[in-house]
Design a protein around this ligand. Structure first.
Ligand SMILES: Nc1ncnc2c1ncn2[C@@H]1O[C@H](COP(=O)(O)OP(=O)(O)OP(=O)(O)O)[C@@H](O)[C@H]1O
Length: 362
């Protein structure tokens, strides 16, 4: 099974320089822990990805680089195959998991490297660099869970293991916390279940962060997400992808009578859909197409968070028109009585709650 890899600007090198990744420690850890394979190929591949992140973290720690050079990719896979062979005999990682050769090396960043390794002073190279970085990030966020094993959403974990945590990536606590790898031999029977649990905790933690974070999806999206299961959130929601004309119609071309609020990132308009549903539309200002994929993914993540006290996110719209330029909008249920913020601090006197009521709410 092949996973398309659009960042492969050059074909994988067949001339193999020797692999600078050091698999010695991880080999003995895996052997000591007597790790048992799962019957599920996906789980094996996920485990293999996590082990590789730990090895990459150790590589970063010793060299200051996230990935080895592209021409070492083949030999790195061979070395890793031989490690994996000790717990899953005859398992060829690339074939079985759909991992492509460059993914173990800086070949996975080819597009970004060619666009960003130059003077970024002028707008055009700067835009190309940012676009390739955002596309790279978005493709990893939206890809299959195993995606690109060197996926950039995990770079902060690799970095934390290498250069932030004083004990380093091989420390049992670090390996367990950052890479979901439990090498304690006595518990090997439950390793896979534990790993799954840790992955789940990562995702729940991530959702927690998102809820605490103000859900404002500005035109520039930052790094978001962590953990191997993040992409499973995407696609699980029932967001409507509106087209721009539908929203224009619903808001009467963003008529000022429909303007119900202003935020730092854009105005909020009320509107009515053809089925009679009343909506609030946040129209982000100063948008460019770069980062659209991150934006839509983040919208999906936010939509997956449901709570009685949170207004429901119904959909979004990303469009470019000749007249209005690039547009990003999110569509929520309309809160007839305004937001909690309006009631606590709003200027509209009729909405503002009395002082004792506000105290009670806080
Ligand atoms: N779903 C909604 N229903 C009714 N009114 C809303 C809704 N969403 C926002 N508003 C109104 O629009 C105002 C601005 O909302 P917005 O989400 O843009 O605020 P913000 O979080 O301060 O913005 P930003 O994240 O851009 O800084 C709110 O204070 C509220 O009056």
């Amino acid at each position: 099974r092949k996973i398309p890899h659009r960042f492969l600007a050059t074909s994988p090198s067949s001339s193999s320089s020797s692999c600078p990744l050091n698999f010695t420690n991880i080999r003995s850890l895996i052997q000591k822990a007597d790790v048992k394979p799962s019957n599920n190929v996906d789980k094996n591949c996920q485990y293999i990805s996590e082990v590789l992140r730990l090895v990459l973290s150790a590589y970063l720690q010793s060299t200051g680089k996230f990935y080895p050079p592209l021409d070492t990719a083949d030999s790195c896979w061979d070395s890793y195959d031989s490690v994996v062979d000790s717990f899953i005999p005859n398992f060829k990682i690339r074939n079985s998991c759909g991992f492509q050769t460059p993914w173990i090396s800086e070949g996975s960043l080819n597009d970004a490297i060619s666009n960003c390794n130059k003077s970024l002073e002028d707008n055009s190279p700067c835009a190309s660099c940012l676009t390739s970085i955002t596309t790279l990030q978005a493709s990893y966020l939206r890809g299959p869970f195993r995606g690109n094993i060197s996926d950039c959403t995990n770079l902060p974990l690799i970095y934390a293991g290498a250069l932030i945590n004083q004990f380093g990536p091989y420390d049992p606590g670090t390996a367990k916390c950052l890479f979901s790898l439990d090498f304690s031999a006595s518990e090997n029977g439950n390793n896979w279940k534990k790993k799954l649990l840790i992955s789940l905790i990562t995702v729940v933690g991530f959702i927690g962060i998102k809820t605490r974070r103000k859900p404002r999806k500005g035109c520039l999206t930052g790094w978001s997400g962590t953990g191997p299961n993040l992409s499973s959130i995407g696609g699980s929601t029932h967001l409507i992808k509106f087209n721009f004309d539908e929203i224009k119609q619903a808001t009467k071309k963003f008529h000022r009578d429909n303007l119900i609020g202003r935020g730092g990132y854009g105005n909020v308009y009320k509107g009515v859909l053809p089925n009679g549903n009343e909506i609030a539309v946040k129209r982000f200002k100063n948008c460019s197409a770069a980062g659209d994929l991150s934006f839509t993914h983040e919208v999906e993540v936010i939509a997956s968070i449901r709570h009685v006290n949170l207004v429901e996110l119904r959909g979004y719209c990303v469009a470019t028109t000749n007249l209005e330029g690039h547009q990003r909008l999110i569509v929520c249920d309309l809160m007839q009585n305004g937001s909690l913020h309006d009631h606590l601090y709003g200027n509209a006197l009729e909405r503002k709650l009395s002082w004792p009521t506000r105290q009670k709410m806080l």
